[in-house]
Design a protein around this ligand. Structure first.
Ligand SMILES: Cc1cc2nc3c(=O)[nH]c(=O)nc-3n(C[C@H](O)[C@H](O)[C@H](O)COP(=O)(O)OP(=O)(O)OC[C@H]3O[C@@H](n4cnc5c(N)ncnc54)[C@H](O)[C@@H]3O)c2cc1C
Length: 202
């Protein structure tokens, strides 16, 4: 497999997931694990957002600036998290022991995949149709979608995060969802023993 985990989508949920997994890659239980993110950001809802009501973010911050800062933070702090840019995912197919992710330019294999591409309809990634349902926490008239899941797990090895997991569209909720999936994956790598990554003041 090219990756132990491949995150699809570089918005609030995808980037949060990548930062938390990235912060765990130096742990003993993650030794030799390969992680990556398909960091497509053009259609993130954050591109047009103005953030006034998010804890920890200076009121008046533009969503597009948060997207850029998040990608830079990932590059600087967690370079082991491979960033794949300028590619859009077209298909996710189940293969023996994992998934094949097909983009407009390449193909990758991964044992685990996190889908964090937002809740916009029509949903354009083929191979996931059987999990697609109308969004349970958005106005019907908006025609949003989600993937059926239980606590972010669609099926073994396949996770969904952010608005596509069925959460309401708020930045903090989407970020928290991505971070939650990251800790589930780190815990799995840690043989099921619960784990998280905390940095402390010296
Ligand atoms: C105008 C506006 C204002 C908002 N204001 C606020 C606010 O004030 N406060 C607040 O809390 N929230 C606000 N939000 C909501 C917030 O932006 C969303 O809740 C949040 O961005 C959802 O995160 P997400 O990761 O689920 O989706 P997104 O952030 O939309 O990320 C999805 C990512 O997937 C990528 N992607 C899509 N398709 C593919 C594909 N096929 N292959 C690869 N990548 C793909 C996209 O480019 C994008 O980067 C606002 C949203 C909008 C639209």
């Amino acid at each position: 497999m090219d990756f132990d985990v491949l995150i699809i989508g570089g918005g609030a949920a995808g980037l949060s997931c990548a930062l938390v997994i990235g912060s765990g890659l130096d742990k003993a239980f993650a030794k030799n694990r390969k992680a990556g993110i398909i960091l497509h950001q053009r259609s993130s809802h954050l591109q047009s957002a103005l953030l006034n009501n998010v804890f920890g973010i200076t009121p008046g911050t533009k969503g597009m600036d948060v997207l850029k800062a998040g990608a830079d933070q990932l590059t600087e702090l967690y370079p082991k998290m491979q960033q794949i840019t300028k590619e859009k995912v077209k298909e996710v197919a189940e293969i023996n022991g994992g998934f094949r992710v097909v983009t407009n330019k390449n193909e990758y294999t991964a044992e685990k995949v996190v889908i964090a591409v937002g809740y916009t309809s029509p949903f354009r990634i083929s191979g996931l149709e059987e999990y697609l349902i109308p969004h349970q926490k958005a106005k019907l008239s908006k025609d949003r979608v989600q993937l059926k899941n239980q606590d972010h797990l669609v099926k073994p090895g396949l996770y969904v995060a952010g608005t596509l997991a069925g959460w309401r569209s708020q930045y903090a909720i989407a970020s928290g969802s991505g971070a939650a999936v990251a800790t589930d994956i780190l815990t799995d790598w840690n043989d099921g023993e619960h784990t998280k990554v905390h940095d402390k003041l010296a």
